[in-house]
Design a protein around this ligand. Structure first.
Ligand code: SF4
Length: 186
């Protein structure tokens, strides 16, 4: 029986299988589409589509830090303010919805958690969307693709998410029972 406890999780839409990437492809991840899908309520988000960049669209990259700025790879046009506005809108929407967590695509200039490449320095850091989200909703549990593939990280993320969902839904279903249903008995 499916539990009445359904955490509300925002997810980079490409990980759900939506063809929203710059090149018109998706990056469906089996943990999202098969393991978690029956047990959660998804809130798909794509900051670059939200910004009106379209699909397909020119690829962008992070070109500077503090504050993060992003520009089109092909012609260097700075698109930071459009993307920052979209990221702020999404953060407000997630706050209003009472999202319990967020799953993000790795290595994206928008959605990367800590591994979005910096074009000039060769380093890495958060993508622009994640940076805005961390500032607006600092307590929101976030995990990226690498975390989905790491059982310990995935479990920690889901523990935080289900704790928030139980409070939001005033639901007395045991967190341990929900986790066992999703991840299997350990
Ligand atoms: S990584 Fe983020 S911005 Fe890029 S396609 Fe996926 S959801 Fe959209």
């Amino acid at each position: 029986m499916i539990s009445p406890l359904r955490p509300r999780i925002a997810v980079s839409a490409c990980l759900l299988g939506e063809a929203v990437r710059y090149d018109g492809t998706n990056k469906a991840h089996h943990v999202v589409t098969e393991v978690l899908a029956p047990h959660v309520e998804w809130v798909p988000v794509c900051p670059e589509v939200e910004a009106g960049f379209g699909v397909p669209r020119p690829a962008i990259e992070v070109v500077s830090e503090d504050p993060v700025r992003v520009a089109r790879v092909a012609d260097g046009e700075d698109v930071t303010e459009k993307l920052r506005g979209a990221a702020s809108n999404l953060a407000s929407r997630l706050n209003e919805l009472g999202a319990d967590g967020q799953i993000v695509k790795a290595r994206s200039p928008s959605c990367g958690l800590s591994d979005a490449p910096r074009a000039l320095s060769g380093g890495t850091g958060p993508g622009l969307y994640v940076g805005v989200l961390l500032g607006a909703l600092p307590d929101l549990p976030i995990v990226d693709e690498a975390g989905l593939d790491d059982p310990a990280r995935l479990r920690r993320f889901l523990e935080a998410v289900v704790s928030r969902a139980r409070q939001r839904m005033s639901c007395d279903v045991s967190a341990l029972d929900w986790l066992a249903q999703v991840l299997g008995a350990e």
